[in-house]
Design a protein around this ligand. Structure first.
Ligand SMILES: Nc1ncnc2c1ncn2[C@@H]1O[C@H](COP(=O)(O)OP(=O)(O)OP(=O)(O)O)[C@@H](O)[C@H]1O
Length: 518
């Protein structure tokens, strides 16, 4: 097994986080150092900010104040508090997508996914759609996606909740293995006995808000190999359950101490503690590093899979097809029809952005964001929308060029079909870029309210088409005018302006996407 070490020290310096510009601080002045190879328990009362702390730690949320350094961004995995079943993938397909995002080649991702599904007792569900799983089985998938690629930083937000006893044991073992292999594991669990006595760092998030530093207590790490002793006090409260990990040579003394206590402990289990070895033998290696291009391709493949399987592409496609069928018929002048097709593509492209950025439940987006970065996750959605609209535009332009008449409006001047089709493609590209700009500005994360966002998308798309001076209007006007005169001109300046506007709008959307919301 490859030993992955979290590089150096993970640090929070004066980190603050609040929801809304004037909201109360949930975290304030948090200063924290987590050494590589630590097992960190985060505790605190309900609502104190534990999940918020974990989300910032996992890189799926960004602090409002202070900074986080030393996070192994390329090897962080996160299990959110609630994992959504509403993803349109079968289990193994979803996991191989996540494996690819984490840099695993396809065969390795599949082998590792199958291994972990078996470890959690759900190998039989590999081909079951996620939305048909029970809550507990879905939670196991959430855990498996995080364990796939031996993360250097594993962040678990109540990941044990809803798991059966065997699965809880399997997750305990996986956590120990990660720590023994040099990884850092940070967890919240409301059961105080969870990995009791094994955490090297305990972080207590104080209740209420205020300029308070997180209270840290550190303990010596448990021995890499030793003996696990489990004991209860019969009749005692739940809290009197005990789990100790002691070096082998100290186990007899520890047992004598427990049995001789007043009242004595009842020892329920003694077993060898070998955290690293037994969990994942003979699995394909995790590549040391993956190229940016490989991860970008994996992200686009994941988003394209989401889009294709969700069928939410169907309404914009039907709109495009229906309005094209109304406005374009065989034998009409080619340039005029290409202008009509290009104009229609703009609202369709804006709609496609809306579909793609809203296709993922937030918790699923958080898992992806922990793997590739929150902004990159948004870039994947925007990129997929652009590609889908471009494909639609290319097919539409091809069909229009093929069925139209190669003449001007008065049927007196011949229009060369090849150059006309190129001009139509360039105008379609202008529409795709401006539609993407509209979609990026009027949808999450910049505009979150569903109704307002829909209205804004529709109004902005219409305005961009008709407002004088807009590159879309210029490109379409070029085609329509050319259809009157029988001359073809390429809308290159409009394309350049549209590219600049799309880049600006997308960069605003990506800036706002440094946070995914629970
Ligand atoms: N998306 C959000 N928008 C607004 N407020 C939020 C959001 N998420 C969390 N909060 C608020 O931040 C505070 C801390 O929430 P958080 O979920 O981090 O606490 P927690 O300690 O994990 O709670 P629990 O133990 O109940 O899971 C709460 O007051 C919560 O209402």
């Amino acid at each position: 097994m490859r030993v992955v070490r979290a590089t150096g020290l993970l640090r929070f310096d004066g980190v603050g986080r609040r929801y809304g510009v004037r909201g109360p601080w949930v975290l304030r002045d948090v200063t924290l150092e987590v050494p590589a190879g630590a097992l960190v328990r985060v505790q605190g009362v309900n609502g104190s900010g534990k999940s918020t702390l974990l989300r910032v730690l996992a890189g799926v949320d960004a602090p409002d104040a202070g900074r986080v350094t030393g996070r192994p961004a390329a090897s962080t995995a996160y299990v959110p508090e609630r994992f959504p079943a509403a993803l349109p993938f079968p289990v193994l397909r979803y996991l191989t997508h996540i494996g690819a995002l984490r840099g695993l080649p396809a065969a390795a991702a599949r082998a590792r996914a199958e291994h972990w599904l078996d470890r959690f007792g759900i190998g039989a569900y590999a081909r079951t759609p996620l939305d048909e799983l029970s809550k507990g089985t879905c939670q196991k998938v959430a855990v498996v996606q995080a364990l796939l690629a031996d993360p250097a930083l594993l962040v678990l937000d109540e990941a044990w909740t809803g798991l059966d006893t065997d699965a809880r044991g399997a997750l305990d073992a996986a956590v120990r293995a990660r720590v023994a292999a040099g990884g850092t594991v940070v967890f919240v669990d409301h059961d105080a006995r969870r990995l009791a006595g094994e955490a090297t760092v305990t972080v207590t998030v104080p209740a209420g808000t205020g300029p308070v530093a997180v209270d840290l207590t550190t303990a010596a790490p448990p021995p890499a190999e030793g003996v696990v002793i489990e004991a209860v006090r019969p009749g005692g409260p739940e809290d009197s359950d005990l789990r100790l990990v002691v070096p082998a040579q100290e186990s007899d003394a520890a047992l004598r101490g427990l049995l001789g206590a007043d009242p004595p402990w009842h020892v329920t289990g003694v077993r060898t503690h070998t955290p690293a070895a037994a969990v994942a033998p003979d699995l394909p290696e995790v590549p040391a590093a993956t190229g940016v291009r490989q991860r970008a391709a994996a992200l686009l493949a994941y988003q394209a899979g989401l889009l294709a399987r969700s069928h939410r592409w169907l309404p914009p496609l039907l709109l495009y097809g229906a309005v094209m069928a109304i406005g374009v018929s065989g034998g009409q002048p080619v340039l005029g029809s290409l202008g009509y097709a290009a104009a229609l593509l703009l609202p369709v492209a804006a709609w496609m952005v809306r579909v793609c950025v809203g296709n993922e439940p937030p918790a699923a987006r958080a898992c992806v964001a922990s793997a590739v970065g929150a902004r990159q996750a948004q870039a994947g959605a925007l990129g997929t929308a652009v590609l889908a609209s471009a494909l639609l535009g290319a097919v539409g332009t091809g069909v229009v060029a093929a069925v139209s008449s190669a003449y001007s409006d008065d049927m007196r001047t011949a229009v060369p079909v090849g150059p006309a089709a190129v001009a139509g493609l360039l105008a379609a590209a202008v529409s795709v870029l401006l539609g993407t700009a509209v979609g990026a500005l009027t949808n999450p994360p910049l505009l979150r309210r569903g109704g307002w966002s829909l209205l804004a998308t529709g109004l902005a798309a219409g305005a961009v088409l008709i407002v004088s001076g807009s590159p879309a209007q210029a490109a379409v006007t070029d085609l329509v005018t050319g259809s009157r005169t029988g001359s073809v001109s390429y809308p290159v300046p409009a394309l350049a302006a549209a590219a600049v506007l799309a880049a600006a709008a997308c960069s605003l959307s990506l800036r706002a996407a440094r946070r995914t919301y629970p």
